[in-house]
Write a protein that binds this ligand. Sequence first.
Ligand code: XIL
Length: 352
Amino acid sequence: MHHEPKNSSLSSAAAQNGVLFGTALCTSDLLSQRSTRAILRDCSIITPEFELKWDAVCRSQGNLDYSAADKLIAFASDHALAVHGHTLWWHEAVPPSFDKSSDQQFRDAALDHLTRTVARYDGQLRSWDVVNEPVEPDHGRSDGLRETRFLAAFGPDYIETAFREAALWDPKALLVLNEMGLEYDSPAAERKRRQMLTLLEREKARGTPIACLGLQSHLTALEQPRDHPELRAFLREVRAMGLSVMITEMDVSDHLCPRDRRQRDAIVAETYRTYLDLVLEEAEVLAVSTWGLSDDRTWLNGFRPRTDGAPQRPLLFDRAIRRKPAWHEVRGVLLNARQDGARSSGHRIGTD
Ligand code: XIL
């Protein structure tokens, strides 16, 4: 058992096992002293929640605005925090001005955005979500790829194209393929895991420089199973491919939980503990990030509102930025993680 001061920070607990702990944030979070203090105390990596996305940077035809992203990256640099870039190509963050563009115009614009953005921050970001949410079994393709503008315009090679371009413009950044829903316990999720493995094998065979698989980890309390053999098996196969893992957007929706706050907080805390324990046991985890620091910032009130109208309590800090039971459970797991493998050097598949 490690002898840590009682209230050691999440980042120092994580660092015991070579893991970074962080959160998604936006520039408005930095206006709050309490949030900023908590971020500086507990985080060693930050992720721009939306201000580095294509539709946030590309305001209107040709007018590019990186000012908010620049602020977040300057804040990280001023405080020696790592930055996880989110995200270069995501079907839900394409600027509306390209809705009517031809495939050729879209290809030029998407490549221009990717190369310009990666080159702008070359050497300043530890990692990038290069492609976000590429797999969708319900779209019925044999390769499981989601039908997006990127697929329509570039064809199925768009993933290789994106990763090779990103590696060209920032040779040191860890390049991540980020996905949601791989963590769930359902036949659909198992199909998605199988298709993700096939995709990763295919990309590895063609030399695509993917270093890491991002698990968004948007969990649902009372749905996420305590143990999860299929997820364990999946993570072992990912590890056998030489891929590390980042938990990129973890939160635990309490929309199925009773209203009572104490009960909800306890169920949410237990969900964090069992999930994080499993992933840290089975995968080479480089970083663990929550999708927001405190309950007053969660996107889930919009995405997954409770039917009783009570605000969601999915994160590690409450609305007054006080630590919740989930904070203590996550710290305990980070402190005692059994990461027995050698720390991954960010090995990229396809380059061996
Ligand atoms: C969400 C942000 O939290 C919201 O503020 C924004 O309006 C929409 O996007 N998966 C992702 C994230 O990869 O980019 C999404 O973030 C949440 C789901």
